[in-house]
Design a protein around this ligand. Structure first.
Ligand code: ADP
Length: 163
């Protein structure tokens, strides 16, 4: 049984994240998506941890071998707890590389039994990020196609509630 863990903040999940999770789920027997609490990221996440987990759950239900869990520990500890031997990450334009290379090296130093694997972003989503999606939505732009439909609706509700 090969299990992989796909970590992220997913504030919110984008079509780019989903593409990586779907491709990983076709390679591994089971995928555990780890949703990081990340209270410090970008002035605090827009969506609560519970909301982020349920948006990912709903978006990945069709895969059949994906489970989702929140975490607030070292990533290698999440992988160990989940019984996963591989960390799977999406890699976008060159800007991701240095940060990801550093994290992979540190994680290897923490637990060399856990391998980090990268899946290249498709060109269509290469420049897509959660922060870009939030920026577009905040300024009234359309995020259709950049996130799953129900994520776009949740984003609209969240931003309306904050106004
Ligand atoms: P973001 O960088 O959008 O805030 P996360 O911190 O949740 O997202 O990122 C988690 C992982 O998802 C990282 O490995 C990141 O490189 C990957 N990722 C994010 N957006 C994309 C995308 N558009 N295509 C492929 N991988 C992505």
């Amino acid at each position: 049984m090969k299990r992989g863990v796909v970590p992220g903040t997913f504030d919110p999940l984008t079509s780019g994240h989903l593409d990586i999770i779907e491709r990983a789920s076709a390679i591994f027997d089971e995928i555990v998506v780890g949703v990081a609490l990340s209270p410090e990221k970008g002035g605090g996440p827009l969506f609560s941890i519970g909301e982020r987990v349920s948006l990912v759950e709903r978006s990945t239900a069709h895969c059949g071998n994906v489970s989702v869990r929140p975490f607030d520990t070292l990533l290698v500890n999440l992988a160990e707890d989940a019984g996963a031997s591989v960390i799977v990450k999406g890699l976008r334009a060159v800007t991701d590389f240095e940060r990801e290379f550093q994290m992979a090296a540190l994680n290897w130093r923490l637990d060399s039994d856990i391998e980090t694997m990268f899946i290249m972003a498709v060109p269509e989503y290469m420049y897509l990020s959660s922060s870009a999606v939030k920026e577009i939505a905040r300024h009234g732009g359309s995020v259709r196609g950049l996130v799953p439909e129900h994520v776009a609706e949740a984003l609209e509700r969240k931003l309306n509630a904050a106004r």
